[in-house]
Design a protein around this ligand. Structure first.
Ligand SMILES: NC(=O)c1ccc[n+]([C@@H]2O[C@H](COP(=O)([O-])OP(=O)(O)OC[C@H]3O[C@@H](n4cnc5c(N)ncnc54)[C@H](OP(=O)(O)O)[C@@H]3O)[C@@H](O)[C@H]2O)c1
Length: 359
């Protein structure tokens, strides 16, 4: 892992918060919590270190967490954090991800049950943002399910609705059906630039913000991997497994190394870490509302705060453009490869976690 950037941590300038709706804003950096779910890593979770990281972020204006109904144990953990910090302003984005094998049976009772379970675990009376995912476009019911979630929004259980991992055509269909989406969560990074082609223009036209995971590719876009040989053993966690496949789609390990050299060059000019440059690049893309970054402790949270005060120059962007324009990319629209059962991306996804996470 890299050294702490030499710049002092910055707080979010209130003007830098992005508006998802007239009554709802988010900081540029959202703390993601997949990393804390059972099965993500063999590493034992250090609860105190995690809560200290969230406290540090909150003290710098990053008051928003991202989780999911299917991140086993995580909603309850955030509920405990909320209870331990009474009076603290905390925004929590969760998801609604009905099981792939149960899509044909999704109904009002099932969806209401998922939302009520999130409310109980998160110890709140309204979910700030629910990001919906439908595993198979060929199974009907996606729009009906979103209609039920919109009813729950009108009833006050949900404040705002979003999608996650949904391609441009289906996002458009949802918007055209009158579902009031404020955002969509997608993978977006210097490696995976799929949202730029179609989804970002639609988002701009229809007032949606992109909330972006993978900005540091699970940690691959950092000094720790610069100049190293490609890892040949088991990777430490599921994010690295996922983004190792993205690296392969982007020209492989040697192409990653060329990109890391450019990130390092820009980072050195600004006296920040390479991950900060990677995060800021995403934030500078059209339609992007925030990066969602996974943290398990204070060190990477502190390093990420330097992103808040970082401005990339036109020359920095030109330097990155030069390397990116010759870097291959995952094929197709947002999450297309992941939906293809024959692709290696689909092979590393764990399905049907909703029932499992329901205990
Ligand atoms: N909708 C979806 O399908 C989906 C998929 C993936 C992720 N997400 C969301 O996005 C969040 C992020 O997950 P991700 O898988 O995309 O991982 P990521 O944010 O790309 O990478 C997380 C890893 O990067 C390290 N890191 C963070 N900031 C760093 C910095 N400034 N310098 C160096 N290393 C840094 C962290 O280290 P430490 O572990 O040491 O703290 C962590 O291991 C998840 O928690 C989840 O909320 C959603």
């Amino acid at each position: 892992m890299s050294d702490t950037p030499t710049r002092a941590p910055r707080a979010v300038d209130p003007a830098a918060r992005r508006s998802l709706h007239a009554d709802y804003t988010v900081p540029p950096v959202i703390a993601g919590a997949w990393q804390l779910s059972e099965g993500h890593s063999a590493r034992t979770l250090d609860r105190d270190a995690l809560f200290a990281a969230w406290d540090l972020l909150a003290a710098h204006g990053c008051d928003t967490l991202d989780c999911a109904d299917i991140y086993t144990g995580v909603e309850a953990l955030i509920g405990e954090y909320r209870a331990a910090r009474p009076g603290r302003h905390l925004q929590v984005h969760t998801k609604c991800v009905p099981d792939r094998d149960a899509l044909a049976h999704v109904d009002r009772a099932m969806l209401t049950g998922i939302v009520d379970r999130s409310l109980t675990r998160l110890r709140t009376d309204a979910l700030d943002l629910v990001q919906f995912h439908w595993w198979r476009y060929d199974v009907p019911g996606m729009l009906d399910a979103l209609g039920v979630l919109d009813d729950l929004r009108r009833a006050g259980k949900i404040r705002h609705l979003a999608l996650t991992n949904t391609d441009t055509a289906h996002t458009q269909r949802v918007l055209d059906a009158g579902i009031p989406l404020v955002a969509t969560q997608v993978q977006y990074s210097v490696l995976d630039r799929r949202p730029a082609a179609q989804l970002a223009p639609l988002a701009a036209a229809r007032g949606l913000s992109l909330l972006c995971y993978g900005s540091v590719a699970g940690g691959f876009l950092d000094e720790a991997w610069r100049g190293t040989a490609a890892p040949d053993g088991a990777l430490e966690n599921r994010s690295l497994v996922k983004y190792r496949l993205i690296v392969e789609d982007c020209g492989g390990w040697s192409a990653l190394q060329r990109l890391l050299e450019v990130l390092a060059d820009i980072a050195a000019r600004h006296r920040v870490g390479m991950a900060n440059v990677a995060q800021r690049w995403v934030l500078d893309q059209a339609g992007v509302g925030a990066v969602i970054v996974g943290f398990r402790g204070v060190a990477s949270a502190r390093r990420t705060l330097a992103t808040l005060g970082l401005t990339l120059s036109a020359d920095d962007h030109a330097q990155l453009r030069e390397v990116l324009q010759v870097l291959p990319m995952p094929a197709g629209d947002v999450y297309a490869a992941e939906r293809d059962p024959a692709s290696p991306h689909a092979g590393v996804i764990r399905y049907n976690l909703n029932r499992e996470a329901g205990g």
